[in-house]
Design a protein. Structure first.
Length: 494
């Protein structure tokens, strides 16, 4: 695709004609926000449209607000552990209104930063509800009812996803919390029932328990976060249960009655046995649904997949010429950093540089305390793909910095190719896991052998220094059959 693909019409507008832009962005997520600033900074005329949020969900109702509240919960946990650190306390009170205001203050500050970037770059931000009315043409209804129409030489759709509400009898009528409402609580729930055992459910369960709620997690699968290895799932479950959270797995919800925030009754079935749970609040965190309804995609020639996401190719082009989709609505992995990389893919392709999404690294971090972080293959994936490997694994107790923090729970593990020294994957469950992972990811990106980390001089005492004992440990014999019992025996003893 030629860089001149951005050329826009210079014909004078007639009454009711759409305004002509080089780029129109429908949906204000992080990837599309950076796209607006970048393309505008390069001299393009850019319009970015969002229904409600400046900067999309990440700085307003998702990543950053949730981590803000999770950190408040971490502070609360330190109060509970104060005797362990030699600090005497005479009790303390958690005020959820104060927790919420700290979060709101951060969000307001981020909104100002985002608006300032729009002003500096010259990108136009429009707060309103947008939909396609023709190919590459978007109609926007503003808050005061005013209608504006935009036609882009190129259009990017980045409308994201929302919490999925399963068709369980009585659930919708109970008006359950999603992560959005949970971040706005000004009272501590007496008993929070979390429906879902994935990222959002696990993070909120721990945070709310630390604020003082009784918490029950209901999961349909046999394990927490079943995409992870068994040792990770077991470690997460042990963590939650040690903090007093009831974890009900292999459990199906049959019906719900009452109203969240007042009183709810949930009938569940677990291992063939039916019983009833009574709670004060219900949080739904069982998957995401793409925001594609009401966008007029059919008028733009944009097709959907059988799962309801926008159909894109490896360059993130939709089925409509000059219309692109990025982030979760395009079926990309549901992480903000992936939506940013999606922007890079589109940016390069619009500037004549071939760039695809296939084969890229997808790191992620679960912000429990301690954290879970992973990049590349885990054991289950390696076995499923038939990838021969050596496994290195050490407990966090082997990290001396973790001892100074009294945070020795967890482990580090890495997969190394069987016939070489290339790092295939890394998993960390422990304090600072996300930061430790970043070092391994850089090494993987650079194609460095694991020995480069093993033999590096890393500052003492730091958490990343724990990579030295990890890569100095005795790995599983690469000649063992993948997935054999002997392999697991050796892992346990390493």
């Amino acid at each position: 695709m030629s860089p001149t693909h951005f050329a826009s019409s210079s014909q004078p507008l007639q009454k009711n004609d759409p305004e002509e832009y080089d780029l129109v962005i429908l949906g204000g997520g992080t990837g599309s926000t950076i796209a607006a600033w970048t393309f505008a900074g390069e001299g393009k005329r850019v319009a970015a449209i969002d229904r409600k949020y400046i900067g999309g969900s990440c700085p307003n109702i998702a990543c950053l607000p949730s981590k803000n509240i999770i950190h408040s919960a971490k502070v609360a946990s330190y109060f509970l552990r104060s005797k362990e650190f030699g600090i005497t306390r005479n009790g303390f009170t958690i005020e959820m209104s104060g927790v919420r205001e700290r979060k709101r203050t951060m969000v307001r500050g981020l909104n100002e930063v985002y608006l300032d970037n729009y002003r500096k770059t010259g990108a136009e931000f429009i707060l309103g509800t947008g939909r396609f009315i023709a190919p590459r043409t978007v109609e926007v209804v503003l808050a005061d009812g005013t209608i504006r129409r935009f036609r882009g030489t190129n259009v990017i759709v980045s409308t994201g996803t929302r919490a999925k509400l399963e068709a369980i009898p009585g659930l919708a009528e109970a008006q359950p919390l999603t992560h959005i409402e949970a971040l706005e609580l000004d009272q501590i729930p007496e008993h929070l029932v979390v429906v879902g055992s994935g990222y959002v459910g696990v993070e909120f369960a721990q945070a709310m328990r630390r604020f003082g709620s009784r918490v029950t997690v209901i999961g349909r699968r046999q394990r927490l976060m079943p995409q992870e290895d068994e040792d990770v799932s077991d470690a997460l479950r042990s963590l939650l249960e040690d903090e007093g959270i009831d974890v009900l797995l292999n459990t199906r919800i049959k019906r719900v009655s009452g109203r969240s925030g007042e009183s709810v009754r949930i009938v569940i079935e677990q291992d063939g046995t039916e019983r009833t749970l009574d709670g004060s609040h219900v949080l739904v965190a069982a998957g995401r649904t793409p925001n594609t309804e009401g966008l007029g995609l059919e008028l733009a020639g944009v097709e959907l997949t059988d799962r309801g996401f926008i159909k894109v190719n490896e360059q993130l082009q939709t089925t409509a010429p000059s219309v692109w989709a990025i982030g979760e609505v395009a079926g990309s992995p549901q992480f903000t950093h992936i939506s940013v990389d999606d922007f890079r893919v589109v940016h390069d392709n619009l500037n004549g540089i071939h760039h695809v999404t296939t084969g890229r690294q997808v790191p992620y971090c679960l912000f429990t305390d301690p954290e879970l972080a992973r990049i590349g293959l885990n054991e289950n994936a390696a076995r499923a793909q038939g990838v021969a490997h050596r496994l290195f694994k050490v407990p966090m107790e082997s990290n001396l910095r973790a001892h100074t923090l009294s945070e020795t729970r967890g482990f580090l593990k890495a997969l190394i190719e069987a016939d070489g020294d290339r790092i295939l994957g890394f998993t960390a469950f422990g304090v600072g896991a996300g930061e430790i992972m970043a070092t391994v990811q850089v090494a993987m990106s650079a194609g460095l052998p694991y020995t480069a980390l093993r033999d590096a001089i890393l500052t003492h005492p730091t958490l990343v220094e724990g990579l030295i004992p990890l890569f100095s440990s005795v790995p599983v014999n690469p000649n063992l059959a993948l997935g054999s019992p002997a392999m697991h025996d050796m892992v346990a003893s390493s």
